[in-house]
Design a protein around this ligand. Structure first.
Ligand SMILES: [Zn+2]
Length: 94
């Protein structure tokens, strides 16, 4: 689906190579802050206190709002799809 790129913008890597990579799994990112997000979410159990603090600080940023927005958008798409299927089933049954 075309929305996949929109939902995971941090996984896009520029042609000239990643600006930063995850110290835990080596995944490339466009910027340090994306690594901070990634570590805070994916490696919450194994990351250091400093990395967790950095993640908490970044969460207040507008970038995190965007991150949350993408998450909500994904849920919304799912709900609309579910509702559409439900309504379609009702019409079909009627
Ligand atoms: Zn990682």
């Amino acid at each position: 689906m075309a929305t996949d790129r929109t939902l995971e913008p941090e996984y896009e890597v520029p042609p000239d190579g990643p600006a930063a990579t995850c110290p835990y799994c080596g995944r490339p990112f466009r910027a340090d802050r994306y690594v901070t997000f990634h570590v805070g979410v994916e490696h919450a159990e194994e990351c250091t206190d400093a990395e967790h603090e950095a993640f908490d600080e970044e969460r207040d940023d507008e970038e995190y709002d965007l991150f949350t927005f993408h998450f909500k958008a994904a849920i919304s798409v799912f709900l609309v799809y579910f509702l559409f299927t439900f309504v379609y089933a009702l019409v079909w049954a009627g």
